[in-house]
Design a protein around this ligand. Structure first.
Ligand code: TXA
Ligand code: MG
Length: 305
């Protein structure tokens, strides 16, 4: 059932879709330069076409052919690639990443993933691969091979099994435009880690917007109640910290944010399969990785924007 990186690269060349394991979440991949294949991604996910995709490339040199990187972008690439950081910069070569993949914007989002299987696919394909998270639009991102197959496996010609994702939360999206650096989506690289490299981040201003942040996201079927102090009958409680809720449903029994990130989407999906009246989630600290975890939970609970 699982395809090799070479088979996945061949599928991309044929204009087909693939399941691509990365260290953050599983992606639904296509040749970034093939408008038909990119259209098939939007179709399979039910994703609105105004929401642009991330191009995955093998290294920073390949990224610099597609986008214009200033000194700040270069410093961030040096510090965090390969890894869970996405940089949005002005597009340099619009032919390599088709208009639809960029949702018609004159900026482009790029990342160099760290997962060895993702790197093997990119090396074998030798071109940018667009890959949104492999969930159907609005649902929690898949962090295991089985969850990825369940979400969009029907749409792919090759599915690469890279095991469970090491990070479990999507990349941090940072825009570097007009000499300003802004955080568009908190993620696996923390705000403090970014600011340690480029100094204080700018407020999101003109042009520094992430179209994908406008819609309901990451939501299981059951209603999600966050910062829950008590659990109601027929709710599953996703606990955090020692002695909170059942061990099986704990995001992290020791109160470790990295562990909670790894477990978050998997447990939301597993809890949902028990058809509960609701999913309650314990308070999670807002520091470090907690910023991204709370961002995903607020969106899963329906607090958008
Ligand atoms: O970890 C990840 O980033 C995963 C793995 C598969 O790499 N991918 C992922 O892709 O999370 P997706 O499509 O679910 O999220 C991409 C985000 C969206 O919020 C989108 O709006 C934003 O990046 N984005 C893409 N291009 C952009 C651009 N040119 N300007 C602003 N935001 C952009
Ligand atoms: Mg997504």
């Amino acid at each position: 059932m699982s395809a090799t990186p070479q088979e996945a690269a061949a599928a991309l060349r044929d204009g087909a879709l693939i399941l691509l394991p990365t260290e953050t979440v599983y992606g639904l991949g296509a040749d970034a330069g093939d408008p038909k294949a990119v259209a098939a991604i939007f179709e399979a996910k039910g994703r609105p076409r105004f929401n642009p995709l991330i191009s995955h490339v093998a290294d920073a040199a390949a990224a610099a052919q597609i986008a214009v990187f200033d000194a700040a972008a270069q410093a961030l690439a040096d510090a965090f690639w390969p890894g869970p950081l996405t940089l949005v910069g002005p597009v340099r070569d619009a032919a390599r990443v088709c208009d639809l993949a960029r949702a018609g914007l004159d900026s482009v989002a790029i990342r160099v993933p760290a997962h060895p299987m993702a790197r093997a696919v990119l090396a074998a394909f030798d071109g940018p691969v667009v890959a949104p998270s492999a969930n159907r639009s609005g649902r929690p991102s898949p962090t295991t091979f089985d969850d990825a197959v369940e979400e969009t496996g029907f749409a792919v010609a090759a599915a690469v099994d890279g095991g469970p994702c090491r990070v479990g939360l999507e990349s941090t999206v940072v825009s570097v435009l007009d000499g300003r650096v802004a955080l568009l989506r908190p993620g696996a690289v923390t705000r403090a880690q970014i600011e340690a490299v480029v100094g204080p981040l700018a407020d999101r201003g003109e042009g520094h917007r992430s179209p994908g942040r406008l819609t309901l996201h990451y939501a299981p079927d059951a209603p999600v109640r966050i910062e829950a102090a008590t659990v109601r009958p027929d709710e599953v409680l996703l606990g955090f910290g020692p002695g909170v809720g059942e061990p099986r449903w704990s995001l992290s029994p020791t109160g470790d944010l990295g562990e909670a990130a790894v477990n978050l989407f998997r447990l939301l999906r597993e809890a949902d399969r028990t058809r509960p009246a609701g999913i309650a989630v314990s308070p999670i600290p807002a520091t470090g990785l907690g910023e991204a975890i709370n961002d995903r939970l607020r969106r899963a609970a329906g607090f958008v924007g």
